[in-house]
Design a protein. Sequence first.
Length: 344
Amino acid sequence: MRKLDYKRMLVMTEGRLGPFSAKTASSVIRYRSADVVAVLDSTAAGENLADHLGIGGGIPIVGSVADAADLRPDALLVGVAPIGGQMPEPMRRHTADAIRAGLDVISGLHLMLGEDAEFAGLARDAGVTLHDVRDPGPFDRVAFGRARALPVRRVLTVGADCSVGKMVCSIEMTRAARAAGRDAVFVPTGQTGIMIEGWGLAVDRVISDFTAGAAEWLVEQVAEREIAFVEGQGAITHPGYGSVTLGLMYGSCPDAMVLCTRPDRTCHHDHPDCPIPPLNKLIMLYESALDVLHPAKVVAVAVNTHGMSDDDAKAAVAKAAEQTGLPATDPVRYGCDALLKAVV
């Protein structure tokens, strides 16, 4: 896909403004804050964005597309990804208003806006572009383990659960590696990563037979780089998304993995009857799943301590290190030195 070169985006979160409920918005604001003019959320209009996300304090929250007119946005970015990927009615109204106002729309929903009769018709009338970044196009490639022969060293973030910070960890490690003089690249495999980086493939929209092929194709695009940090998806034990996780593992054939976890999670996201295994069991599962194809170790643990006090965060990181015997840190709160050292 082509670069999303928008510099004055209006990010919509309507009724879901929070670091995890609006994970896409939060990540875009964290890594492309200079390109965001406002957040669109009528339930929080006029409030301080930092009180909701912990970042973006200088970005206003507006209640309607019309309220953002003076800020001259050039695109509406859908900042949420609800389960099922559909668009709630309040967001549909905002989206229609944005199209009528001449804004392009960037969406990572499973709902393809370009295939929606209402939005497609409005876009034709207004002469605007609908970017369905989750649309992989006619992708039909089966993986053959070719990633194993690539010169680029591949590092995959894997999870104890979905929405625990795999994308953020991948981006932070990429930035830290570049700062250390390494030729590092971030490989986006989901809609938010694509919105941030401007390229990639949303592997969860690819037909199941071709998921690993999509991951293989992605790392081939960066074959000549030194280190590729591949964005993980889901978790190997997640009842809904485990197949996507395995597809990424088999397609990218990582040389190393970094396990991402949230200490406050005891059950899989939205699955209260599916407990998350202990970290050591997860590490064993990830390593054994790859053992025959391309043996790789989990070399470090990234602990998402968002919302925790400093004392509790330090204790959570120390506990993860003690349980696993591996370097552990929160890459956002404490930096990536421990993770990068383990990877290199």
